[in-house]
Design a protein around this ligand. Structure first.
Ligand code: SF4
Ligand code: SF4
Length: 386
């Protein structure tokens, strides 16, 4: 485990930066949108190439997972943001429909990605047909296997199905999303996936930087998610009144991710125009010493709450509780202000897991090497959602 001082040095000094976006000419069935001039608040659109896809994406994209107001998405397109990400299962399947309606005819001006959750090739191909219908589009620019945490989960069956969809012209490029990047790097290269969507932020272990560099060198396009850790807005719309918003933290967190040139684009969640404009302004801004100071302070604050999904606590609870999932559900409510999303996920657990109360344990068997107070967070999930 890294010491506190080495983590602070890591933040302040930045990463050992890999070679910037590797591009190659890959034939694609649909012309890429032309880069635009900024049409938003003070700020400048900045672009990078998404690896071998050749797509010129804005460094700030748009994660639609928790957006309910479709006008924010439409405004983002008008401002020139050109990469939008959703998933078949967001908002119980409603998110794709909302995104499709928000984009309308603007869809042709942007790159659009979605994700599938089924575990068989046949299953994901059926999901894809639903996705295309809900998004009201003939194709996706990137289609991800959703949230896979190990090489074994990226099965030949799933990848073959993705390739089939690509041959049929239903998707232009294929990829995988993950919270545990180091575990899948070699498998992504072996299977020649085009794009990886990875959790990556200022709390990420240094191994993430090395994994990103290796994928970048192999020409894999890299998109970062969960870029704020818990440094973004908190409590908005959640179960409790919003605490004071930490000044400068969202911008500093976003800049920290973008300063790694291996990352082509980012997909911060955005729910209103203020947040959109705040993130838009980050494009073209440098990461400064002041930003490093802000994040050093934030690191200490978020450590007990932010789960990097490293998986090291898996199987440690003698009662079989999926502890890291509970920490994540609390993060939805307390970190993103999405109480409903947290409760929705909690209610999807088995009745047996929902009935467990951590308060009944004399002490918690789980030790998180990253400093997350697991039992405390699990109890909060039970208090909030049970
Ligand atoms: S709670 Fe800690 S050990 Fe468990 S997955 Fe999260 S960061 Fe890893
Ligand atoms: S406190 Fe909760 S997570 Fe920890 S061992 Fe007990 S039931 Fe499992």
């Amino acid at each position: 485990m890294k010491t506190e001082s080495s983590r602070r040095s890591f933040l302040a000094a930045g990463l050992a930066l890999p070679v910037a976006g590797v591009a190659s000419a890959v034939a694609s069935p649909t012309p890429a949108p032309a880069p635009q001039q900024a049409k938003g608040p003070a700020g400048q659109l900045s672009y990078r190439t998404l690896g071998k896809t050749g797509m010129k994406v804005t460094t700030v994209g748009y994660g639609c997972m928790i957006t309910s107001d479709s006008t924010v998405i439409a405004r983002a397109v008008d401002m020139g943001i050109n990469y939008f990400d959703t998933s078949r299962n967001y908002q119980n399947g409603q998110n794709e429909r909302m995104v499709g309606a928000a984009l309308g005819a603007k869809r042709k001006n942007i790159f659009l990605s979605s994700k599938c959750d089924e575990k068989t090739g046949t299953g994901i191909l059926a999901e894809l047909d639903t996705t295309l219908k809900e998004l009201n589009t003939d194709y996706l620019d990137v289609w991800y296997l959703h949230g896979l945490g190990s090489a074994a989960q990226i099965t030949d069956d799933l990848v073959e199905a993705q390739r089939k969809a690509r041959q049929q012209g239903k998707v232009r490029f294929i990829g995988v999303s993950t919270h545990t990047l180091p575990a899948i790097v070699d498998r992504v290269i072996e299977t020649k996936l085009d794009v990886v969507l990875a959790q990556y932020n200022f709390t990420s272990a240094e191994a993430y930087g090395a994994g990103l560099a290796k994928l970048n060198q192999a020409g894999v396009g890299l998109v970062a998610m969960k870029v704020m850790a818990r440094a973004g807005r908190r409590g908005r719309g959640g179960a409790e009144p919003a605490p004071a918003e930490p000044a400068g933290r969202p911008a500093a967190a976003l800049k920290w991710v973008i300063k790694n040139p291996a990352i082509a684009t980012t997909v911060p969640s955005m729910t209103d125009i203020d947040q959109l404009e705040e993130n838009f302004r980050v494009m073209g801004q440098a990461f400064t010493d002041a930003d490093a100071k802000v994040l050093t302070a934030a690191l200490e604050e978020v450590r007990p709450y932010f789960c990097s999904m490293c998986g090291k606590c898996d199987g440690q609870c003698p009662k079989g509780l999926p502890a890291r999932d509970l920490v994540r559900f609390v993060m939805y409510a307390d970190g993103y202000g999405q109480f409903g999303l947290g409760r929705e996920n909690f209610q999807r657990m088995s009745a047996e897991h929902r009935a467990i109360r951590c308060g009944d344990c004399a002490s918690c068997a789980i030790h998180c090497p990253n400093g997350v107070r697991v039992a405390e967070q699990a109890m909060r999930a039970q208090e909030l959602f049970a």
